[in-house]
Structure formats: structure tokens, C-alpha cells
Design a protein around this ligand. Structure first.
Ligand code: SF4
Ligand code: MSK
Length: 661
């Protein structure tokens, strides 16, 4: 039974404990509560109090006359706006932190990546010559904040897209004007009695999603890199076995790294370590869940113990002394669950309270002091620990593939570029590229679709880049380790061996999907793969999506020219017109299309067909795996294997070597 719920052995172990002890989890609640069949199809509207209206019969309309097409498109548009708002407000928070750091109002934060600050200053038109870092940082933050409140014109970062792409957006009138403006625009046009054309609603959804991808989220990625450093490869660990039996276990969960970065500073404070020892602990063990984990994993190598569906099970281990949460993807169920265990749950964001849960308001101006105060609360809870069940599962991974590092890895400092990547696609050594992103969903087997899709893609010589909970999923099964090259097709395997990278690259948290946009833009302008993102043989995937943020991400991928597949039934399937528009009409207009495909095998098949179609359109040779696999380290590995030596060392030596360069 537990095996049907998750492919993660640690999760299965802990679910068995839950069954024995009668503890309800998200998996049980998903079984007990069937999805509403009307809402699931996008056939329900509750946008005014004459409803809710449920359109279950052919030709039926809402009380106001709204058709099923209007209702489905409105629902979709609102999901996009909510997702864009969540990502972008996160980005605004980062910009405000940078501003406070630059003006001295947040003295614990500093610019850690001056090179990135200068690069971003260039994008935003901020002069850098002869200026102090703090001065540049202040103007960069101010210019970033203008992007949120811009009323007319278009957001500046659109200029980072290939020229042809920008032209498409302008001609279609979907170049976003300002980040907040586009979110408000959707909330306005979906209010009762407003935009009642599904076509117009869906085109507006593209514009709002673009404001997220090329606006709020991209700014968030950039500013986070400025404040906390651009990621470079690190060896790290994943899964529940990273919890400690004899140290204070503090788990950070959510999305914003502002608090977790301070917790990381506090964890090394000798006074705090001594305090932990005074309570009988051997030390402090910091781990993470969801995207706060991804942020600290990729920059500092803090272990991740799991993704979205693991959050309750971490508590069930009995080993978590404190879970500190910030924003997004935090289940309310954690509150009642922690009452059954000794775990202290602390909410910290003014935007994310949970009734009955201790709240310590996190404020940037006093960041380190607050982090230390929170830390001590966790340490004080250590003596309350009772029985613990920590699964042993641990896997190694390599994280930290910022787009800057990918350039460096492929070409070194003196010729850093994506040229080798483009060449590999052009020759057919790589069939194409894929961005696989998104959440877990308790309505499907935990991690199964992520694992299946990624294994199939790399087996077919498709280089995969990942973010969010999908990346954590694949990390747990060893796919983000250089050793995973053995699962790749012959062409991709040779590249992994030569460059010393895994076949699946970890690009960060959910907001960092913008790194994928940057890589795709660079591939399109590097030469040889057309002149726009939609020409590149690539696909986007969200195998286990559940959040509105995933809808926004998928929609900005589409608006950027990418065929994007969500592995599930369509949330707008009651309207064939909307389904067709998102696939056929979007493809004609923006080059990208959105499809919901419930059958995971079919989804991979369609992705590969699409990649081959793009290859043919570029006049590239047909993909033929037999042409590769006879060079690179294959020969050396065979020699080592014959001598009985550890193969992994060869790969990891390369990674460590390139990470240290
Ligand atoms: Fe019903 Fe129209 Fe109100 Fe929606 S907006 S709830 S369809 S009356
Ligand atoms: S945490 S948005 S479940 S990826 Fe970013 Fe994971 Fe999805 Fe939340």
C-alpha cells in the first residue's frame, strides 16, 4: 500500500509508522477526499454571489450568462495571476532586502556577489564606474522595485530575450507593462461582468505569466545571487537519513532564503553550539525541505531531507526539534501534527501564519538576533525528544548549476559560452534539452512521474535541467550525481564524462526557473539553433504539479516559445475550445503550447516527437544514438572497471576539480 503512495523508501517507512499509530497524512486525506469532479474540469465559477455556478450540461451557462469557455479561461487566468503574485512578491521581498542592506537598515546582509551586482546593474541601466558597491546596490534595488510598480511601457528584463521573441510579444500586445499591474489586470478582467472572451483572457494570462518569468522571478533569482552568492557546484546530500540522532535537528522549510541564510550564520556561532551542548546535544544539524532547502542546498550545501509531500513525515521521525517555515507550500496540517510530537513549529513571515502555531516575526533589520533567538528555542526543545525513527536513506548529488556556471563548465573562463552545448545538439550527440520542474501531488504516486520522465529523457540523450521539488525528487534517486551518467544515452553520457557534470542539472528553487529561460535565450542567440527560443529542440515538463505557481511557470515557458507538458488531466478540460486554444492557437501565435497529458509514457513520447520535429525544422541530422558512445571516458572507465576500481571517483574528481577552479 505505502509503495503505491511513494517511490521513496524513506517516505514508505514513515508512512508505515503513520499507519500503525493512526496518524493521518496528506496521503490519507487525498484518499478520503475525492477531487470535486466539477471543479477539477474547470466547470465551476464562484466569481460572484449569484453562484457558485456549476456547468455540467451541454450548452449550459452561468446565471450571468457566462459560457463554459469563459469560466474555464477565467479560472485558468486566476491561477496564473495567483502563481505570478506569489513568485513576484517573493522577488519584491528580495529587492527590499537588498535596499535595506545597501542603506544600512539591514546590517546583517551584504552584497556577496559583486560581479553579479555589476551584471544586473548593466541590465537595469545603473551606472557602475567609480561607484561604491552599496551605492550601486541601492540603485539596483530601487530600479528593481520600479519594475513592480511600472504602469506603462514594458518591463526592462524583456530585453534579455532573443530579439525575435521580443518582437512576437510586442506584436501580440502581451509584453508586460509592470509586474503588479499585470496581476491586477487579471483580477480585474476576471471579475463578474468584465472580460468574457476566452481568447482575450488566455492571451492576458500569457502577459501576466511573462511578468512573472521575465520580471518578478528573474529579479528574485538575480538579487538572491547578489545577496547570497551565485551558485557553483557543491557536493551535497538528500533524504531523511540526513537527520541526526544526537544533534539538535533544525529543519527550514518554505521559499525565501532571507531567514535561512541568517540561520546558517547562527549555526556556526560558537556560543550557539555551546548552548546546544549544554542541553545534551552533540551539536546542531541544519537541513531543509522544499525550496528554502533548494536555496541553501545550492549555495551552502545544506542537506535536503525531502520535498513537498515529505514535510509531515519529517515530523513523524520524532527527530525534528524545530521546523522553521517562511512562505509558500507549508501545509496547515503541520500545526495539529506537531501537537502529537515534540517538534516546535515556528512561522516567521507576516504573510504566512498558522492558527495555533508559535509565530516569531522575522524582520530584516534585526535578522541575526532574531535567527539566534529562534535557534535557541529549537535547542531548548531538544531535551523533550522521545522515540525517533530516522530512515537511513541518503543520496549524494551535485548542486549549484547557475547559468553562469554552465557557461564556465562548458568553456572555461577564457571561452565560457554555450557553444559546446549548441554544437552537441547540432551534431546529434544531444537530442535536445528539457526543463523538468514543479511540485509533488498527493493524487499521484509521490516522485514516480519525476523519476520516470527524467530517466526516459536522459536515456534518450536529452540533457535535463531541474528546479524545485522535482529536483529534490531526482536527487533522492541518485540522478543528480555524476555517476548517473550511466543511465544516460551514449551521446549525453560522453558529455557528462568529458565535462564532469551529471546528466541532470540542479538549477535551483521554483523562482530559479528563470535560469532556464536565460539558458534557452543564450542557446537561441549563440548560433546554429535558429534565432528564437521556440526554434531550440527543447521541452518543458511539470510531472507532478499542484500549485498555482506551477501554472504561472508553465504559462511563461509557453509564452517564451516552449512546448510545455503537465502530466495530469487538464484543469480546463470541460472546455474543448480552451484546451485547443492553449495547444494549437498558442503554438501558432507564440511558438509554445501547453498540454495536459495524464499518461506519463505518452507525455515522454510526445516530448521526444516534438524535439525531433524541431531538429528537422532546423535541418539537423536525425537523432541516431548508435553514432556515439565510443569516446570520452568510456574507454578509461572500462579499464578502471576491469581493475576493480571505484568508478564514481573518476567522475567526482572531475566535479570537485571544476568546482574548485
Ligand atoms: Fe455564476 Fe456568472 Fe457569478 Fe460566475 S460570475 S458565479 S457564472 S453568475
Ligand atoms: S516548493 S511550489 S511544491 S516545487 Fe517550491 Fe515544491 Fe512546488 Fe512548492
Amino acid at each position: 500500500m505505502t509503495e503505491q503512495r511513494s517511490i521513496d523508501p524513506a517516505v514508505c517507512d514513515l508512512l508505515e509508522i503513520c499507519e500503525e499509530d493512526g496518524i493521518s497524512t496528506v496521503f490519507d486525506r487525498a484518499d478520503a477526499m475525492k477531487a470535486c469532479p466539477i471543479g477539477a474540469k474547470g466547470a465551476c465559477c464562484r466569481n460572484c454571489s449569484m453562484g457558485p455556478c456549476r456547468l455540467t450540461k451541454e450548452g449550459q451557462v452561468g446565471i450571468c450568462g457566462a459560457t463554459i469557455d469563459t469560466i474555464a479561461a477565467r479560472n485558468f487566468a486566476r491561477m496564473t495571476a495567483a502563481g505570478a503574485a506569489a513568485h513576484s512578491d517573493h522577488g519584491r521581498g528580495m529587492a527590499l532586502t537588498l535596499l535595506a542592506a545597501a542603506t544600512g537598515d539591514a546590517p546583517d546582509y551584504h552584497v556577496r556577489d559583486v560581479r553579479k551586482l555589476h551584471e544586473v546593474a548593466g541590465f537595469l541601466g545603473v551606472e557602475t564606474d567609480g561607484r561604491e558597491t552599496a551605492d550601486i546596490a541601492k540603485e539596483v534595488a530601487e530600479k528593481a522595485l520600479i519594475e513592480f510598480g511600472r504602469q506603462t511601457g514594458e518591463i526592462v528584463y524583456l530585453q534579455r530575450a532573443p530579439r525575435k521573441r521580443q518582437q512576437i510579444w510586442r506584436e501580440l500586445g502581451i509584453a508586460p507593462r509592470g509586474i503588479d499591474r499585470e496581476v491586477v489586470d487579471i483580477m480585474h478582467r476576471t471579475h463578474v461582468g468584465n472580460d468574457q472572451s476566452y481568447e482575450s483572457l488566455l492571451m492576458a494570462s500569457l502577459r501576466t505569466a511573462l511578468a512573472d518569468g521575465w520580471g518578478g522571478s528573474m529579479l528574485s533569482t538575480d538579487i538572491t545571487d547578489i545577496l547570497f552568492g551565485s551558485p557553483v557546484p557543491l557536493v551535497a546530500k538528500a533524504n531523511m537519513g540526513n537527520l541526526s540522532e544526537d544533534q539538535v535537528n533544525i529543519v527550514i522549510h518554505g521559499h525565501e532564503p532571507t531567514l535561512s541564510e541568517m540561520i546558517l550564520v547562527a549555526v556556526n556561532d560558537p556560543e550557539i553550539i555551546e548552548y546546544a551542548k549544554s542541553k545534551g546535544a552533540k551539536g546542531i544539524n541544519l537541513t531543509g525541505i522544499c525550496c528554502t532547502a533548494n536555496e541553501t542546498l545550492m549555495r551552502q550545501g545544506v542537506a535536503t531531507i525531502g520535498n513537498f509531500l515529505s514535510q509531515e513525515l519529517a515530523i513523524v521521525t520524532g527527530a525534528v526539534d524545530m521546523m522553521v517555515v517562511d512562505i509558500q507550500c507549508i501545509m496547515q496540517a503541520l500545526g495539529p501534527l506537531t501537537e502529537k510530537f515534540h517538534t516546535l513549529l515556528i512561522t516567521t513571515s507576516p504573510k504566512a501564519h498558522i492558527d495555533g502555531v508559535t509565530h516569531v516575526n522575522f524582520e530584516e533589520h534585526d535578522a541575526l538576533e532574531i535567527a539566534k533567538r529562534i535557534f535557541k528555542m529549537g535547542i531548548d526543545n531538544f531535551p523533550n525528544r522521545r522515540e525517533v525513527h530516522i530512515p537511513k536513506d541518503v543520496n549524494q548529488l551535485v548542486v549549484g548549476f547557475s547559468h553562469e556556471y554552465i557557461n564556465y563548465a562548458l568553456g572555461g573562463f577564457y571561452r565560457g559560452s554555450l557553444r559546446p552545448l549548441n554544437d552537441a545538439v547540432m551534431q546529434g550527440r544531444l537530442r535536445g534539452v528539457a526543463g523538468v520542474v514543479g511540485c509533488n501531488n498527493a493524487r499521484s504516486c509521490h516522485d514516480y512521474a519525476h523519476d520516470y520522465v527524467v530517466r526516459e529523457l536522459i536515456k534518450n540523450d536529452v540533457l535535463v535541467v531541474m528546479t524545485g521539488c522535482g529536483a529534490i525528487a531526482c536527487a533522492k534517486y541518485g540522478l543528480l550525481s555524476p555517476e548517473a551518467a550511466k543511465y544516460a544515452g551514449p551521446g549525453l553520457r560522453e558529455i557528462c564524462e568529458t565535462v564532469g557534470i551529471p546528466p541532470v542539472l540542479h538549477l535551483g528553487s521554483c523562482v530559479d526557473n528563470t535560469r532556464i529561460l536565460t539558458v534557452l535565450s543564450q542557446m537561441a542567440t549563440e548560433g546554429g539553433l535558429g534565432e528564437d527560443i521556440s526554434d531550440v529542440p527543447g521541452v518543458g515538463f511539470a510531472p507532478e504539479w499542484m500549485s498555482e505557481k506551477a501554472i504561472s511557470i508553465g504559462t511563461y515557458f509557453v509564452a517564451s516559445g516552449v512546448y510545455t507538458i503537465f502530466v495530469s488531466e487538464s484543469p480546463v478540460r470541460n472546455s474543448p475550445a480552451v484546451v485547443r486554444f492553449q495547444s494549437e492557437v498558442w503554438e501558432k501565435r507564440v511558438g509554445g503550447k501547453l498540454e495536459f497529458i495524464a499518461d506519463v509514457k505518452e507525455s515522454v513520447q510526445k516530448a521526444l516527437e516534438h524535439i525531433d520535429k524541431k531538429r528537422a525544422a532546423l535541418g539537423l541530422p536525425e537523432y541516431d544514438p548508435k553514432r556515439y558512445g565510443q569516446s570520452g571516458d568510456a574507454v578509461m572507465l572500462k579499464v578502471l572497471e576491469e581493475r576493480g576500481e571505484e568508478v564514481f571517483n573518476l567522475y567526482s574528481a572531475k566535479v570537485v576539480q571544476s568546482a574548485g577552479s
